[in-house]
Design a binder for this molecule. Structure first.
Ligand code: PAF
Length: 299
């Protein structure tokens, strides 16, 4: 593994690799790595000759200052995790470049002015609740695409809407990059791994797996219940979870939304027959103990 902090150094390494006809895989992250990220990096190591992992907390995708400040920054531990992964992976990749730029290195001309719009895929769920978020993601991901010039780019399905936005970005900028969505990695109790889980109190961490358990039950219900009934049941079940199960420290789930949408267009469906070839996905955002958790279930 080689740590690279300068954009020019990354470009030079990438240009050299391309001259030799090597294929590059990009795994964009904001650091605070967990097994979910490692599964993306592992896959990239198996499918490419050179892997670029970016570790950069992108300020322009945070519409909440406190969220940006609280975002965990654990670069040294992250680099050790990557080294450990390389040591135990039988990969095709000969080289891994860990790109850890500063904000000034990434945005040398100050806050970028460009704004992206993606139409319907960003007008649902996270989009209206986090104004400017997806445009901020698109700006940094495009910059990473320009610097790393990957053949393939790996993104986790926990941020399901982000994948649809990146698909739309690729269609807009016409870069021939293969988007590789990777399945969610879960803790043994079912909680989707997320850097935000670190902020849960022990009591909240104990409660959090109920989100996935509820979604799994919803998947079973979808065999015989209507879309609206499944939606209502999920929201009610989580909102009243503390009444039914009791809760430590007076904690409760506060669902922000649960939408059942077409897996590609992300438009809400009213009937199971309305989803296209890839089926339907349920996407949820829930507050617990001051932490906003998201998860998905495929129908
Ligand atoms: O999913 C993330 O961690 C971020 O949104 C990404 C894609 C690395 C862009 O900052």
């Amino acid at each position: 593994m080689k740590q690279v902090t300068k954009a020019a150094e990354l470009t030079a390494a990438v240009e050299e690799a391309k001259k030799q006809g090597l294929e590059i895989g990009l795994v964009p992250t904001m650091g605070a790595l967990h097994e979910g990220h490692l599964s993306l990096i592992e896959r990239a190591l198996k499918e490419n000759d050179v892997v670029v992992v970016s570790l950069f907390v992108n300020p322009i995708q945070f519409n909440n200052k406190e969220d940006l400040e609280k975002y965990p920054r654990t670069i040294d531990a992250d680099l050790k995790l990557i080294e450990g992964l390389i040591a135990r992976t039988e990969g095709r990749a000969k080289e891994l470049l860990a790109f850890t730029p500063t904000v000034d290195e990434m945005y040398p001309d100050g806050e970028p002015k460009e704004v992206y719009h993606f139409g319907p895929v960003e007008e649902v769920m996270e989009g209206p609740r986090r104004p400017g978020h997806f445009s901020g993601v698109a700006v940094v991901v495009r910059r990473l695409f320009d610097l790393a010039q990957p053949k393939r780019a790996y993104f986790g399905e926990k941020d399901y809407q982000q994948i649809a936005v990146i698909r739309a970005l690729l269609a807009q900028i016409k870069y021939p990059i293969e988007l590789v969505p990777c399945p969610i990695v879960r803790a043994d109790d079912g909680l989707a791994l997320s850097s935000r889980n670190m902020r849960l109190s022990p009591a909240a961490r104990q409660m959090a797996p109920a989100i996935n358990a509820t979604l799994e039950q919803a998947a079973e219900m979808s065999e015989y219940e209507e879309v609206d009934d499944v939606k209502e049941w999920v929201l009610d079940t989580l909102a009243s979870w503390h009444e039914v199960n009791g809760s430590p420290d007076g904690l409760r789930f506060e669902p922000e939304y649960f939408e059942i949408v077409d897996a590609i267009t992300l438009q809400p469906i009213a009937d199971w027959s309305e989803s296209g070839e890839e089926g339907a996905v349920g996407c949820i955002a829930v507050w617990l103990d001051g932490v906003r958790l998201i998860d998905i279930v495929k129908f």
